[in-house]
Design a protein around this ligand. Structure first.
Ligand SMILES: Cc1cc2nc3c(=O)[nH]c(=O)nc-3n(C[C@H](O)[C@H](O)[C@H](O)COP(=O)(O)OP(=O)(O)OC[C@H]3O[C@@H](n4cnc5c(N)ncnc54)[C@H](O)[C@@H]3O)c2cc1C
Length: 401
């Protein structure tokens, strides 16, 4: 078996050396991430051809049927090359494990191979204008009509909705149940009549996420995923996968990319002898190493077949804290160039983009609540509305239905 793994590692190395050469797309030229996604899909097609896609998923569902040890090796090796599939993070890191864990045999046979191969890319549709941190307050509604569901409502901040084929969406299916119950999850065709996608302009110049509106969108009954009215349980599982995907990245191993970049930049600008700057960069370096160790531990639990638990919030929070440190430090290293926008603007855009880390996938405050309550066992936040029927609640734009 160990020889088999050694051979596998060698195969990964040879493949990555030939194909993982970095994606040549400047974010400034690609505000909707369309070129970057096309490049990621092209790379994934080569991964499929090489028999390296969906390593641990069953062969009949588009995977390779290999072990978690193979997966670990792939991630370790990929970690030493540029990240090629960043735009597939939601589709592969969140939608795919959900489909694998909760999809019916028919759903898995129909969709999983296409998602593994990135022939289809999926997004996540949870957040609404009145339901972000408290996503269980969502108001989008699906009403059963014969063999279909009719969906009305709105989602917001939907990353890559404009280039996705399908999305996993949660909508309210029973108003008489309390807000955490009476929610169901569906597989939604993003090209179905009645789905309207509008871009949101970001502070860093990008337009990678969207508002999505639904007007009488018909969803086939067979595209409801998991048990009816238990969508909250599925949503929580998907958020756990999200926190692992965000906090742990796609690669595995000890990572200190941000500190390395600043060391290189400080040296180039003749600032590396500044003792205070050196100390701050070392602090960042140490924080990145600690985050890597947390991620390795979380991934190990995942590979042991466990659904990610609240511990994923530790890596996610650490990533956001590191992004904040990096923001200030990078500005101090590059000096006035950090204000430049038009010519290249790389540093300014990157610094502004770091704010997203403390919001996407659940804010820092929410991660701290989760860690406090579910990792440290502190008392839970008071909740006054958890047992009331949803129709009696005053949430978002809903006064009372
Ligand atoms: C880059 C990016 C990509 C995203 N992609 C997606 C996506 O693909 N799909 C999707 O569904 N969503 C997506 N989101 C949305 C994201 O999940 C929400 O923005 C996030 O959950 C916060 O919700 P909100 O924006 O409504 O803020 P709110 O929930 O309104 O929070 C406002 C402030 O109140 C604080 N707060 C709220 N409740 C509490 C509490 N109980 N205790 C302490 N503080 C609290 C928050 O921490 C925050 O500071 C994305 C967001 C970003 C930034």
């Amino acid at each position: 078996m160990s020889e088999d793994l050694d051979e596998f590692r060698q195969r990964c190395r040879v493949f990555l050396a030939e194909h993982a050469t970095g994606i040549d797309v400047s974010e400034g030229d690609d505000p909707r991430a369309e070129h970057a996604l096309a490049a990621a899909k092209a790379f994934q097609a080569k991964v499929v051809d090489a028999g390296l896609a969906g390593l641990t998923y069953p062969v009949e569902y588009g995977g390779q049927g290999l072990t978690s040890a193979h997966e670990r090796i792939w991630r370790e090796e990929a970690g030493t090359f540029p990240v090629m599939t960043r735009q597939l993070a939601i589709s592969h890191g969140m939608a795919l494990p959900m489909l694998n864990e909760y999809g019916s045999d028919e759903q898995r046979a129909k969709y999983q191979p296409k998602v593994v191969a990135a022939e289809e890319v999926w997004c996540q549709m949870f957040s609404e204008p009145g339901a972000g941190s408290d996503v269980a307050s969502l108001q989008s509604r699906a009403v059963r009509d014969g063999d279909e569901w009719i969906l009305n409502g709105q989602k917001v901040w939907t990353t890559l909705a404009h280039v996705c084929d399908r999305g996993l969406i949660i909508a309210r299916t029973d108003l008489d149940q309390p807000k955490h119950r009476g929610i169901s999850m569906f597989i939604l065709d993003m090209n179905a009549p009645g789905v309207e996608i509008r871009p949101i302009h970001q502070i860093d110049g990008g337009m990678r996420f969207n508002e999505v509106f639904f007007t009488d969108v018909r969803i086939p009954a067979e595209d409801q995923i998991g048990p009816l009215n238990e969508g909250w349980r599925l949503a929580t599982a998907m958020l756990m996968y999200e926190r692992v995907a965000i906090g742990g990245g796609q690669a595995l191993g000890i990572n200190h990319d941000r500190a390395d970049l600043l060391i290189k930049e400080a040296r180039r600008r003749g600032k590396l002898d500044d003792p205070v700057l050196r100390q701050r960069i070392m602090k960042l370096y140490s924080a990145e190493v600690c985050q890597s160790l947390i991620s390795i531990q979380t991934r190990a639990a995942l590979q042991a077949g466990k659904t990610p638990g609240p511990g994923g919030s530790l890596g996610k929070l650490a990533g956001a804290v590191i992004a904040g440190e990096y923001r200030g430090l990078s500005m101090d290293v590059v000096g006035p160039e950090g204000l430049a926008w038009e010519s290249n603007g790389r540093w300014a855009k990157e610094a502004l983009g770091t704010f997203a880390s403390g919001i996407a996938g659940g804010t820092d405050q929410i991660q701290r609540n989760i860690i406090g309550e579910r990792v440290l066992g502190l008392p839970r936040e008071p909740s006054v509305d958890k047992d009331l029927p949803f129709r009696e609640l005053k949430v978002g734009t809903q006064a009372a239905i």
